[in-house]
Design a protein around this ligand. Sequence first.
Ligand code: ADP
Length: 208
Amino acid sequence: MGNEYSGTFITIEGIDGSGKSTVLDRLNEHYDYVHTMREPSDSGVRESIIQSLQSDQRSPLLTFFMFMTDRVKNIEFMIEPVLESGGVIISDRYADSTRAYQTVDLSGEGAPFDTQEDARNFIEMSMEPWLIEPDVTFYIDIDVDTALDRCEKDVAYENRRFLTDVKRNYDALAESEERIVRLDGNRSVKNITSAIHGRLDIPEPDHL
Ligand code: ADP
């Protein structure tokens, strides 16, 4: 594992309902010294993003920049300080969510790009100069129907067509990025949490 910092940055990714927050809560209970966070983060921006995703009149470009506002704040005030001090930070969602979701959103209805390829280039170009990439990313892989059965379906992204495209992007990222470890989301929460633990370079707690 290695970024330019002495600390370790881990992300958990997957479509809505894949089980990310459940697994993060489980990890949180057992690792006192590990910092955890989620995106969008618990700040005013999270409320604005959720409101925007629930609104009938929505701007995908505005959504993208709200996510980026949140990202800058998270990197500068949470991720970087922990990594500089040699700590471990685990995030529920991060840049791969931007890659998987915003590529679809920014090339969909009312969006500025005609193709996912154009949207992808814009996203990579926007993030590249300032992004800290994770050391390792756990992708909880689950089929769209199972995920939708588990979701509340109250925001714009939680529908079959959208999530099918998002999952395709996650699958492609997992194929191309060595840092991404794919985990079977149909397994139990305990099983997935242990699999994550098995890949971490930190002492094992007594019970997961
Ligand atoms: P996400 O954060 O990825 O959107 P959640 O962690 O909120 O997903 O999980 C969505 C729902 O699925 C919750 O009700 C949760 O209890 C359930 N769930 C999560 N992981 C599993 C699992 N491995 N097996 C069965 N149900 C799960």
